[in-house]
Design a protein around this ligand. Structure first.
Ligand SMILES: Cc1cc2nc3c(=O)[nH]c(=O)nc-3n(C[C@H](O)[C@H](O)[C@H](O)COP(=O)(O)OP(=O)(O)OC[C@H]3O[C@@H](n4cnc5c(N)ncnc54)[C@H](O)[C@@H]3O)c2cc1C
Length: 510
């Protein structure tokens, strides 16, 4: 009887809480162990003197009622009575001479705008916008409706039929990065701007096109209240379903007997026994520390040998006594003269503000965020030394000098400065190298994202992994579905039908 069975879950990020919710829906008892004193993991926000700095959601796939991924948010109660803020544009890329690429989500508008910027690139532009039009009906969540291990021949046939119209576009746009696509433009500004327009140049075009497509269909909005409110709603759903969360409870080891996971031991030596253990925490520490590297084969070794791409970043957050609502919510400035921060050169700087959600700042003020790719190892080397604080301060000062040029007077209006380094990400979430999304989604990891990775380790029974380290590219919906998939696998093992319930109908602003 599942009622007698217990699932122990490591980590109260989105994947951990999703695993917990689906476990409870299917009659299992579950307990979550979380090292931090908050739920959410990377999906979080922090408050400083009345300003909320959001550390995660720019866009939430599944924010639109009855659209791909929306069902999982309904099951997790994440969007109940939560207004959704939809943007018409993803970002503006601004050249040093002021030429601006406005990345409209509407492909017709985007096509007109880009063609006006560079009529001689009309064919490429049409190709790009046709891609956005096509991916509007692409249901990415279909890839995770069932774990691949449980798919029957009829399931594969149905998926094949569903995916058929996208086979060629996926083959075309999947292995093509924004950098490669951008290099085909003849207009020099677009040649620089296009590679940056989806936030990182190695991103597969397919992911960028899907993002614009989902934004246009209002299925990639921002949940009002931001990432932490969103997470709190899932935490409440889990508790209402009868689950238990232990905060400040860092798991040190997974307990194993006869190659079967039987429990967890915390750093404070408390032990908890269960029938299944699911790690929704960092992949590297799960496999090589909690399990001492005993359950690894060649493919896993290759995955963790340091060659898979990871994105570590610096987040500089500023509370500004100035209303920035007239500015683009995300502006990426291309620089002629690079900025040098901690020995790295930056030839573009992105500036985000959150004025579109008044609940995040005091009235008339703005939360401004700059995110920069950075080297984890440098920050890790200097952590604990005076230099660490100095470098944080200098990074903020260089960015403020830059902002002052773009938004004169802003320096005097800054009331709060906050700098998060990859070491901060690592300390608060345990993620390897301070990774922000597990394995970074690139043209090289695209196929792994589509296929998903194995959720069990070779030779170890009753143990599963869910979350961003088994769903390359990470992202909030993919990891929620990952937790759902793991509970489907456990139900299958126990020969029980998997079922779900819905919290309440989601309501979204039009
Ligand atoms: C700046 C930024 C922007 C992003 N933007 C978006 C976006 O716009 N849209 C989107 O969909 N996604 C976005 N993401 C990605 C998304 O946030 C992540 O992929 C996702 O939240 C990962 O969830 P997870 O549960 O798999 O892992 P995590 O969030 O890392 O959760 C793991 C949890 O395990 C806990 N833990 C670790 N080790 C232990 C241990 N030993 N014992 C107990 N607990 C432990 C951690 O504290 C953490 O709570 C963004 C991420 C960042 C950082």
């Amino acid at each position: 009887m599942a009622e007698d069975k217990k699932i122990l879950i490591i980590g109260a990020g989105i994947a951990g809480m999703a695993t917990g919710c689906f476990a409870q829906m299917n009659g299992y008892q579950s307990e979550i162990f979380e090292l931090h004193d908050l739920p959410g993991g990377l999906c979080t926000a922090w408050e400083r003197q009345g300003y909320w700095f959001d550390g995660c959601i720019h866009y939430l796939f599944g924010s639109g009622a009855n659209q791909p991924f929306n069902q999982v948010w309904q099951e997790l109660g994440a969007l109940v009575n939560r207004p959704i803020i939809n943007h018409d544009t993803f970002m503006e890329v601004i050249g040093a001479d002021g030429r601006t690429l406005t990345l409209y989500a509407d492909p017709d508008r985007l096509q007109d705008h880009l063609t006006e910027l560079s009529p001689r690139d009309a064919d490429l532009i049409e190709d790009l916008c046709d891609g956005v039009r096509l991916f509007m009906n692409f249901d990415m969540s279909a890839l995770q409706q069932k774990p691949k291990e449980l798919m029957t021949m009829p399931d594969w046939r149905a998926m094949g039929q569903q995916m058929l119209p996208y086979t060629l576009p996926l083959a075309k746009w999947g292995p093509l990065s924004a950098a490669e696509f951008g290099s085909q433009f003849s207009d020099p500004f677009l040649r620089r701007a296009v590679p940056q327009m989806f936030a990182w140049p190695e991103i597969p075009m397919m992911a960028g096109l899907s993002l614009l497509a989902y934004m246009h269909t209002h299925n990639a909005g921002f949940p009002a209240g931001g990432s932490l409110e969103f997470v709190r709603a899932i935490e409440q759903r889990y508790l209402a379903l009868g689950g238990t969360i232990h905060y400040k409870a860092q798991v040190e080891k997974v307990l194993v007997e006869d190659d079967t996971a039987v429990g967890v031991r915390l750093y404070d030596d408390r032990e908890f026994l269960g029938d299944f253990v699911v790690s929704c925490a960092d992949g590297h520490s799960t496999i090589f520390e909690m399990l001492d590297g005993h359950y690894v084969d060649r493919p896993l070794e290759r995955t963790y040998d340091g060659r898979m791409p990871i994105l570590s970043q610096l987040q500089i957050s500023l509370g500004v006594n100035r209303d920035m609502s007239g500015e683009p919510h995300w502006a990426l400035y291309l620089l002629d003269e690079p900025l040098h921060i901690t020995g790295q050169s930056y030839d573009c700087i992105g500036v985000k503000h959150y004025c579109f959600d008044p609940s995040l700042t005091p009235p008339g003020k703005s939360a401004v965020v700059i995110m920069l790719r950075t080297d984890y190892h440098y920050w890790q080397r200097i952590y604990g030394r005076k230099l660490y604080d100095t470098e944080q301060r200098q990074a903020a000062d260089i960015c403020i000098d830059f902002l002052e040029k773009k938004y004169p007077g802003i320096r005097q209006q800054i009331e709060v400065k906050d700098v998060a380094t990859p070491v901060s990400y690592e300390r608060y979430t345990g993620n390897h190298l301070g990774s922000t999304c597990g394995w970074l989604l690139t043209d090289k990891t695209m196929m792994k994202m589509i296929q998903g990775m194995k959720k069990q380790l070779p030779g170890l029974n009753n143990f599963y992994m869910a979350g961003q380290w088994v769903e390359p590219g990470g992202s909030v919906p993919l990891v929620a579905m990952s937790g759902r998939n793991v509970v489907q696998l456990i139900c299958d093992k126990d020969e029980r039908p998997f079922h779900t319930t819905t919290a309440q109908p989601a309501t979204a602003l039009p």
